[in-house]
Write a protein that binds this ligand. Structure first.
Ligand code: FE2
Ligand code: FE2
Length: 159
């Protein structure tokens, strides 16, 4: 997991985490913080193993750590955070030792994480579902005001 830890310890990465935090201190809905990234990483890796997808643990964790890293840009300048996060992730991936092919898989997952893709067993679809499954709607005090439709909410424990 050396390369994943390189991402985590990258100065830019830490700065973007802090920026996300600074925009979400008063947020009552789900946050885009390290806890969320780790939840997504672990659920995505469970799903990769369950579905026997041939993709490395480092690639799964890299995508999870980076997928919302540009959320602050959505708050500050209205830039959709799937695009913003992919833009910020490229240089960090290059400097953390990921290959061109791995970078493509990771950036595709980051770019696609808001596009509904249920039902397929591709990594993109698994990653999309992991992001949603990470939210504990069944114990959320803001559930009534949340703009997720009831069908989308996680009302039972699955992962
Ligand atoms: Fe997101
Ligand atoms: Fe997310």
């Amino acid at each position: 997991m050396e390369r994943v830890n390189k991402i985590f310890n990258d100065n830019r990465y830490q700065e973007y985490l802090k920026l996300n935090e600074s925009y979400e201190t008063e947020r009552k809905f789900c946050r885009h913080d390290l806890r969320h990234f780790m939840d997504v990483a672990r659920i995505a890796y469970i799903l990769v193993l369950e579905n026997k997808i041939n993709i490395s643990k480092e690639v799964v964790y890299a995508a999870a750590l980076l997928h919302d890293i540009g959320r602050w840009m959505q708050y500050s300048e209205g830039k959709p955070h799937d695009e913003g996060s992919a833009d910020l992730a490229g240089d960090i991936l290059d400097d953390s030792g990921f290959s061109k092919a791995e970078k493509e898989i990771i950036l595709a997952a980051v770019r696609g994480h808001r596009a509904e893709s249920e039902g397929s067993e591709s990594f993109g679809s698994i990653f999309y579902r992991s992001d949603k499954l990470s939210r504990n709607c069944y114990s959320c005090s803001a559930s009534k005001e949340c703009n997720w439709k009831d069908e989308k909410k996680n009302l039972t424990i699955k992962y």
